[in-house]
Design a protein around this ligand. Sequence first.
Ligand code: PMP
Length: 419
Amino acid sequence: ATGLDVEAIREDFPILDRQIGGDVTAPGPDETDDTPLYYLDNAATSHTPRQVVEAMTEYYYEYNSNVHRGIHSLSQEASVAYEEAHDRVAAFVGADGREEIVFTKNTTEAFNLVAYTWGLTELEPGENVVTTQMEHHASLVTWQQLCEKQGAEVRYVEIDEDGHLDMDDLRSKVDDDTAMVSTVHVSNTLGTVNPVAEITEIAHEHDALSFVDGAQAVPTRPVDVGAIDADFYAFSGHKMLGPTGIGVLYGKERLLEALPPFLVGGAMIRRVEFEGATWEDLPWKFEAGTPPIAEAVGLTAAIDYLEEVGMAAIERHESELARYAYDRLAEFDDIEIYGPREERGGLVGFNLDSVHAHDLSSILDDHGVAVRAGDHCTQPLHDVLGVPASTRASFYLYNTREEIDELIDAVDTARQLFA
Ligand code: PMP
C-alpha cells in the first residue's frame, strides 16, 4: 500500500530469513534456532543488502589497495572509487562537492571532530552552545565536555508534552553569545522531526553556527543540506544500508577550510619538515591515515540502492508503519508512548506500566521480535520523561505491517504475563 515492493526488497536482505532462539554465545545461526526474525531495531543499525556486500567483495577481490599515494593500477582504481564515494555522498545530501564531505568512523566521530577543531580553537569563555534535551550522547556529551574545557555554557532547549522542541525556549536561549546551535534532525528516542532549517536560521541571525545530527534522518527521508543551510551535518553509514566503520561529516567548505586538522599523520599532509607541516586540500585534511576504503565503496552501493528505491517512497513507507505501530500500541491503556503521533520518524518508543524495558524486550526476543530496550544513548531525555529506559521499535524499507502485528501480539503476551 505504501508504493514499495517490500517483498522484492526483502529478497535482497538474506539476514531477514534468519531463524533465532538458539545459542547466542556463538555468532550466527545454529540448529537450535527455531523462531523467525522480526527485525525492528533499524534505528540502531540497518541491514545490508546483497548489492552492498557484493560491491565490497568486488573491491577486496578485484582492486583492494591503499589510496592516494600509489602509482600502480590497483591503487589508482581504489583511489578513484574512494574519491568518487565523496562525490556520491555529496550529491545524495545536496552538498556542493567532495570538499564538503569528510569520511569519519561514524556520527560520534563527526561531532568530536568539530569539537576538537572548531571548539578548541573558536569557542571562548562566556560564550554558549545551545543544544536540546533530546540529543543523543554523541552530541550532548561532546558539547558538555567541550564547554567545560572552554569555560563556556551549554544550554538545553526543553521539550513539550508531545515531545516537540519548545521553539520559544529555543529563541530565548539563543543569544548573541551563542557560538553553536546543535539539534538532532530526527530524534532516535521520540521520533520527533525537528524544524532544522528554521533552527539554523535562528542560529544564523545570531551569527552562531548550526550543527544538525542527521543519523536518523539521512537513512529515512530526502535530506538537502543546502536547503537546511546547516554549517555541519553528520550521519552514519551503518544506519543507511551501508557497512559499519564509516560515517560522514558534511561541512561548508569555507568553514572546513579555516579549521585546523583533527587527527594528524599520513594522507592529510602536504609537506613535512622537522620544523613543521602543511596540510592537504579538503576533504583529505581531515582524513588522516588509511581511510575506510572498502566501507566507502559499500556506502556508495548503499546510496545507489536507496536512490533506486527512492527516498520519498521510503519516507512514506516509514511514516505509515510508524503511524500503524503508534495506533496499535495506543489501544493498550497500560502502555505509554513517547513523542508526537503526527509527523514522526519511523520509530516508536514506549513503556509498559511498571515493567522494565529490558524485561519486556526479553519477552519480545522470545517471540523473534528484535527491538531495542534501554536509554538509547539519551539518558538526560529519559530523566525528563521520568523513566529509566524505554523500548523502541524502529522500521525500515523492508519492514511490513505483519511484523508490527507480531510486535503487538508479543507485547500483549508480555502484558498478560506481567499483569
Ligand atoms: N545521533 C543519533 C540521533 C543516533 O541515533 C545515533 C545512533 N544511535 C548517533 C547519533 C550515533 O551514531 P554512531 O553510533 O553511528 O556514531
